[in-house]
Design a binder for this molecule. Structure first.
Ligand code: NAP
Length: 249
């Protein structure tokens, strides 16, 4: 059982990138499941909006996952204000697409830092309490491209493939403590991230999706919600695809 105080005996779930897109729906689904949800945004105004949205069922917090000092401060604040999370959902992520020949060191490093190194940095300080309570869920939001590959996204694909490998290794380390570690790999989801695509890119992608449409963010959140539940207690080290048949492995 997670620690109590402001959470009124609810288990705490930490969701990164809860200000927009898929993260908003993950936070809402976990509130619906009875968790006290701490959602993060990169700005104070984003964090305030999360607090307002979650009302008594959660709170917003500022966190930049690519900044080790911000992670340290946020973990401290989280533990002081709310307690120890039983669930952490690593959802925050960015793309900075470019063909390999044109990719800058900054495009490479910023995507790896934000999408992958962050998962190492933020998971580590939360594990001790999960291990102590003998119940925990680490859920990583990956992408279909981790398995499929995608031209112009070698940085992003490397970060998500790394995340899936991390998922399997950590699952093997933590299984004996009743902590599961899984990933969810969405396909083409209707959020700000995919808004950046041109109409041509969008229709080319949709032609390859068996279901012929983008996913709604709530359809990804539903799988995160399941993985966080007791019903998913015997699933670990897995990556669950939510891609509408874009890529069937
Ligand atoms: P989105 O709408 O672009 O939202 C990104 C979220 O990440 C925002 O909450 C943003 O916070 C946060 N964020 C960005 N940089 C951050 C940083 N340095 N530190 C902390 N938080 C940061 O993205 P989305 O489409 O919902 O994607 C969510 C996850 O799903 C990502 O991991 C993405 O790779 C994955 N995914 C998305 C799709 C898709 O089609 N959309 C497909 C496969 C996988 P602010 O609002 O404060 O900027």
């Amino acid at each position: 059982m997670a620690s109590m105080d402001s959470t009124d005996e609810k288990k705490i779930a930490l969701v990164t990138g809860a200000s927009r897109g898929i993260g908003v729906e993950i936070a809402a689904a976990l509130v619906n499941d009875g968790f006290y949800v701490v959602g993060t945004a990169t700005s104070a105004s984003g964090a305030d909006a999360i607090s307002e949205r979650l009302a008594d069922n959660g709170a917003g917090m500022v966190l930049r996952v690519d900044d080790p000092a911000s992670i340290e401060a946020a973990v401290k604040q989280l533990q002081q204000d709310h307690g120890h999370p039983a669930v952490v959902v690593h959802n925050a992520g960015v793309t900075r697409d470019n063909l390999m020949l044109r990719m800058s060191d900054d495009e490479w490093t910023s995507v790896i830092d934000t999408n992958l190194t962050s998962v190492y940095r933020l998971t580590k300080p939360l594990l001790r309490a999960m291990m102590k309570s003998r119940w925990g869920r680490v859920i990583n939001v990956s992408s279909v491209v981790a398995q499929m590959g995608n031209p112009g996204q070698s940085n992003y694909v490397a970060s998500k493939a790394g995340m899936e490998g991390f998922t399997r290794s950590l699952a093997a380390e933590l299984g004996s403590r009743n902590i599961t570690v899984n990933a969810v790999a969405p396909g083409f989801v209707d959020t700000d991230m995919t808004d950046a695509l041109t109409d041509d890119q969008r229709s080319a992608m949709l032609e390859r999706v068996a279901l012929g449409r983008m996913a709604a963010p709530a359809e990804v959140a539903a799988v995160v919600s399941f993985l966080a539940s007791d019903s998913a207690g015997y699933i670990t080290g897995e990556t669950i695809a939510v891609n509408g048949g874009l890529y069937m492995s």
